[in-house]
Design a protein around this ligand. Structure first.
Ligand code: NAP
Length: 249
């Protein structure tokens, strides 16, 4: 049987734009009802909600700063009370605040660690009990090849993304007996608003370092997330799946 998410419910954090939006729409394409959260982009998130509904699925768009634990609990409670259960959690919300270590402010460090790493703890912890009651679930945390290889000017981002790998493997070991799987997807250079900020020279050098010789697109990341969300990956947990054109091998 092919990939299907019929009858499943999903939450994608940071689903208003970029990779998160592509994941939300992809999960809906495969049959899931999908809730997205966002920080500021209310109009964009409403548009994603409409697009999911146009595919015949239920949708929610919820404003929730991923840094706040009580927001994560409230979002998951809302989904469980409206849709009875949560099967799939995709922790995608993330930011960059790049600087060389010598110039990096404490604020730049804290903002990135809180948004990219603490958010993972927030949502994974809040989802654990509902998923246990539901006798299973699949969590996909979005890291980055930068978390595997490091990158000059991105020590805060690399630390947050490497932290996600250690957290996800620990979570996988703690909750495997409850049939909750947790895996990491580590994208390489994917064209989105986040990478639009990079200058030409950096983009060219990234492309030169990518064996497949081109940037990826958000849809290619979304397909891998859908696979890990689905029962096709039922024996995979604690894995790191690079979607990077071979960049970090
Ligand atoms: P993006 O286009 O900048 O989108 C970021 C998303 O995260 C937006 O939906 C944004 O919501 C949301 N967000 C940011 N801060 C938030 C917060 N505090 N609370 C809730 N939501 C928040 O980024 P992207 O390129 O799609 O990246 C998505 C994920 O993939 C990130 O974790 C990123 O690190 C990772 N990644 C990206 C690449 C790449 O090349 N693009 C490569 C590797 C990994 P608003 O719209 O409301 O701001």
């Amino acid at each position: 049987m092919g990939l299907t998410l019929e009858g499943k419910t999903a939450l994608v954090t940071g689903g208003s734009r970029g990779i998160g939006k592509a994941i939300a729409l992809k999960l809906a394409d495969y049959g899931a009802d999908v809730a997205v959260t966002y920080a500021r982009s209310a109009d964009a998130a409403e548009e994603v909600k409409k697009q999911i509904e146009a595919k015949g699925r239920r949708a929610l768009a919820i404003q929730a700063d991923a840094v706040k634990f009580e927001k994560a609990e409230a979002v998951i409670q809302q989904i469980v009370s409206e849709w009875e259960k949560l099967d799939i959690l995709v922790n995608n919300a993330g930011i960059t605040r790049d600087n060389l270590i010598l110039r990096m402010s404490e604020e730049q460090w804290d903002e990135v660690i809180d948004t990219n790493l603490k958010s993972i703890f927030n949502y994974c912890k809040a989802a654990a009990k509902p998923m246990m009651r539901n006798r299973g679930g699949s969590i996909i945390n979005i890291s980055s090849v930068v978390g595997l290889s490091g990158n000059a000017g991105q020590s805060n981002y690399a630390a947050s993304k490497a932290g996600i790998v250690g957290f996800t493997k620990s979570y996988a070991k703690e909750l495997a007996s409850r049939n909750i799987r947790s895996n990491v997807v580590a994208p390489g250079y994917i064209t989105t608003e986040m990478t639009d900020e990079l200058d030409e020279k950096i983009l060219q050098s990234i492309q030169d370092e990518t064996p497949l010789g081109r940037p990826g697109n958000a849809d290619e990341v979304a397909e891998s997330v859908a696979f890990l969300a689905s029962d096709l990956s039922s024996y995979i947990t604690g894995e790191v799946l690079r979607v990077d054109g071979g960049m970090a091998m």
